[in-house]
Design a protein around this ligand. Structure first.
Ligand code: ACO
Length: 272
């Protein structure tokens, strides 16, 4: 069965209880706005409650996995009240928590670019498999923003030490580096990605669903920075403040103008 949703997502339920959730807004590089965030959160919650679903695969249509948060949406938050802006930012933290805490095994299937918030989605999945040509970037500071909602999950995956480097430089890193950092588990030629996903799905179907849910619950309790008291509020207020600041608004406008923001004097271009 295949179900299209109106929010840039599609859902395909494959035999064996494999649910393929696909980011489906390739013309905007699968950037996610408030509608997609809400729709994806609802879809994941529904799949988690469905006993016939055994594994959730998070995939993306087109050349790229995702360009992260929709920068138009980010920019438009300047017109919101402080309370609405913070509530809106909390929704992204909620999506990350929902994916991270799903009781069923999850697999990210990654091709092309995975920038900004996309790295959060990947780090919230249990298994991440990427094309050997994939490119990753915590690009937020180049836009006058910070990787906020995703930070607990990215730090957990790549370590605090590595996050200091990649969050502050916003440098692009390749699939071998992503694997060395622990952001992905394996890389494969893009033409073999589905075969690799299928291999992991078949392995996951050998395990007991209750036992896997218990493993995931245990892992949530062990050393999980996402559980730090007040983390959701901290990350939401941080991004809400930055995206409506003069620096954030300048960085976002510069992206759409295809020019360097005013704090740069090197005449360089945005990372690609
Ligand atoms: N939000 C909104 N629109 C976007 C985004 C985004 N994050 N990323 C790309 N788009 C749009 C572009 O504006 C463009 O729209 P247009 O056709 O109307 O001009 C279209 O998608 C295609 O984008 P290109 O840049 O031309 O695509 P390309 O394939 O050359 O590059 C790449 C893809 C590398 C992902 C590039 O689009 C990019 O760098 N995007 C920004 C990624 C980023 O920094 N994300 C962090 C967001 S902040 C956060 O997640 C918290």
């Amino acid at each position: 069965m295949s179900t299209e949703t109106p929010t840039g997502l599609s859902l395909n339920l494959a035999p064996g209880g494999i649910a393929w959730v696909t980011l489906n807004r390739p013309e905007k590089r699968n950037a996610f706005d408030a509608g997609i965030i809400a729709g994806l959160t609802r879809m994941l919650t529904r799949l988690d409650q469905d006993d016939s679903v055994r594994v959730v695969v998070l995939a993306a249509a087109g050349k790229h996995f995702s360009a992260g948060a929709d920068l138009h949406w980010m920019k438009d938050t300047a017109a919101m009240s402080k309370a609405d802006n913070e509530a809106d930012a909390l929704a992204l933290a909620g999506l990350m928590a929902t994916l991270d805490q799903l009781s069923k095994p999850t697999i990210a299937r990654v091709q092309g670019a995975a920038f900004g918030g996309a790295l959060g989605l990947i780090c919230c999945c249990d298994i991440a498999i990427a094309s050997d040509q994939a490119r990753f970037c915590l690009s937020e500071v180049k836009l006058g923003l910070a990787p906020a909602a995703i930070s607990p999950y990215v730090v957990r995956a790549m370590s605090h030490r590595q996050a200091r480097r990649y969050m502050l430089t916003a440098e692009v890193f390749d699939a071998p580096q992503a694997q060395a950092l622990g952001v992905i588990h394996e890389q494969a030629p893009e033409s073999e990605l589905d075969t690799r996903v299928d291999h992991h799905c078949r392995a996951l179907l050998q395990g007991g669903p209750q036992a896997q849910a218990a493993c995931k619950d245990l892992l949530q309790q062990l050393d999980n920075p996402a559980h730090t008291q007040g983390m959701g509020h901290l990350t939401a207020t941080t991004i809400a403040r930055l995206r409506t600041s003069a620096e954030g608004q300048e960085g976002l406008q510069a992206f759409f103008d295809k020019r360097p923001p005013d704090w740069r004097d090197d005449g360089g271009e945005m990372p690609v």
